[in-house]
Design a protein. Structure first.
Length: 76
């Protein structure tokens, strides 16, 4: 069994993104927050590198999450 406690100290904030007509919240690693605020402007595109995680609930079901582990605002 995994433990969400491994994320303690690694993540403290989530960011909201508009993807097409959908909105999604994603957690971001603490060490990226200041650079993200500096480099990214509203309504600009960003390429996110994420870690896909999932949590199996005790009573069934699954919770999927993408943890932002890196990003860039310049790509071709």
């Amino acid at each position: 069994m995994g433990s969400s406690e491994v994320l303690n100290g690694l993540v403290s904030k989530e960011l909201e993104f508009n993807i097409g007509k959908s909105k999604i919240w994603m957690p971001i690693q603490n060490q990226l927050i200041d650079d993200f605020k500096t480099e990214l402007k509203d309504k600009k595109k960003v390429l996110l590198y994420t870690l896909f995680t999932n949590e199996h609930e005790f009573k069934g079901g699954i919770i999927n999450a993408f943890l932002i582990s890196e990003f860039t605002t310049e790509w071709k």
